[in-house]
Design a protein around this ligand. Structure first.
Ligand code: CTP
Length: 394
């Protein structure tokens, strides 16, 4: 249900605008309060009277009500809303949103919006596939907006490609899910990436972890309404979602300190980082000089085990999920780690599976629960694997 949720519904000039009336009614039926903002072109496709009758509120479309000096405040709308939904969103509106071209009330409202924004594109399939549109959508994603992917139209069902606006019922379900998913407002800590253990000012011991799996998990948890604290080792990745608070660290000790600090306030932690097990016992303040005739011996000392430490302080209401990357005796090792670190679940990847290694965009995992149940998934993109992990753990 969407009881009491305040939704700004932005409608733009696409033929799919006729579906906005149904969308509006479905949102209201679920208990939402809807304020419609239309672009001038949208009015060519559906009349404001239909929408104001449904919402019991005047539709906002122009900056000024009349020439009497009263104007509509996009800033107030931005503060009022719990969510903004732009459906249908034309290529032109998406382009303006991506580039901040505030030439109508809908775009100014979007730019002032403090609440999450959902965008349901609707256009011809060639327009949707064009790199310009895709580039603009990518920009919207980096602003933290949620894109409700269009579908393949009935008429275009024999063609590759999509562009038709997602069905109103599915859009409403997506929004319902966003507000009411089991992860809504839950606090989740995620560790990701490698750690680097300094030898001297220019050298370190590291590993090949790209951080992609942990970042995908952070993205999925945030999309499902969780507030995520992402503790990331040195990686070349960006975080997109506004619900992700990112803390960058370098070494295992830094990661340990931040994890121990945040974990008591969390509902769950997912430990995806490839933490270095050892660090140089002595850090050289000056660059080590090469001594051609002598071997160099580095003494290493153990790093704290973040997973095991969190396992020790975990309360009954907190869930702890670890990863195990194994090369041999995979299931035995993973089960042993699950117990030793007091985890609730462990996600096992085997280096023997093709496409399941560091740096890859895909992964193949099995999930093992402390109660003994388990499931093995096929090779998928890391985003899909993240979806599976979150769904399974829930
Ligand atoms: N982990 C951690 N802190 C460490 C080492 C590992 O939090 N210092 C976490 C990882 O993020 C992962 C899980 O523990 O979720 C298992 O990591 P792995 O490196 O496979 O375990 P180790 O205990 O280091 O065992 P191994 O002897 O196989 O290296």
């Amino acid at each position: 249900m969407l009881n009491g949720k305040k939704i700004v519904l932005g409608i733009t000039g696409s033929i799919a605008a006729y579906k906005a009336a149904y969308l509006c009614r479905a949102l209201i039926k679920k208990g939402a309060e809807v304020q419609v903002v239309m672009t001038p072109a949208a009015k060519e496709f559906i009349t404001p009277v239909t929408l104001s009758a449904l919402t019991q509120k005047p539709v906002v479309s122009e900056f000024f009500t009349a020439n009497d000096g009263s104007w509509h405040s996009h800033v107030d709308l931005g503060l009022w809303a719990d969510l903004m939904l732009i459906a249908p969103a034309t290529a032109a509106t998406i382009g303006k949103m991506a580039n901040g071209i505030a030439d109508n009330m809908l775009i100014t409202t979007y730019l002032s919006m403090k609440a999450p924004v959902f965008v349901a594109p609707a256009m011809d399939l060639d327009m949707f596939a064009h790199p310009a549109t895709q580039h603009n959508l990518e920009k919207l994603r980096t602003y933290g907006n949620h894109i409700i992917e269009p579908t393949t139209g009935h008429l275009a069902s024999n063609l590759e490609g999509k562009g038709r606006m997602e069905e109103p019922d599915t859009i409403v379900n997506t929004i319902d899910f966003f507000f009411n998913s089991a992860l809504s407002k839950k606090k989740i800590l995620i560790t990701a990436g490698p750690t680097c253990e300094k030898i001297d000012p220019v050298r370190f011991i590291g590993n090949f972890s790209s951080g992609k799996m942990g970042f995908a998990l952070a993205e999925v948890c945030a999309e499902r309404g969780a507030e995520v604290v992402l503790i990331a080792g040195p990686v070349h990745l960006q975080t997109r979602h506004p619900n992700i608070q990112r803390i960058d660290v370098i070494s295992a000790e830094d990661m340990y300190r931040e994890a121990m600090k945040y974990f008591p306030k969390m509902d769950a932690a997912i430990l995806c980082a490839a933490v270095a097990d050892y660090r140089p016992a002595h850090y050289a303040a000056y660059k080590l000089k090469r001594q051609p005739d002598k071997p160099l011996t580095l003494e290493l000392k153990p790093n704290p085990d973040i997973a095991a430490s969190l396992g020790q302080i975990k309360t009954k209401t907190q869930a702890l999920i670890g990863f195990a990357l194994e090369t041999d005796k995979e299931w035995t090792n993973a089960r042993e780690k699950l117990q030793r670190k007091n985890l609730d679940f462990i996600v096992l990847n085997s280096l023997n599976d093709e496409g399941a290694c560091f740096q890859s965009d895909t992964n193949k995992v099995s999930i093992i629960a402390a109660n003994g149940s388990s499931e093995t998934f096929p090779l998928k993109s890391k985003k899909e694997v993240a979806e599976d992990i979150v769904t399974w753990v829930l």
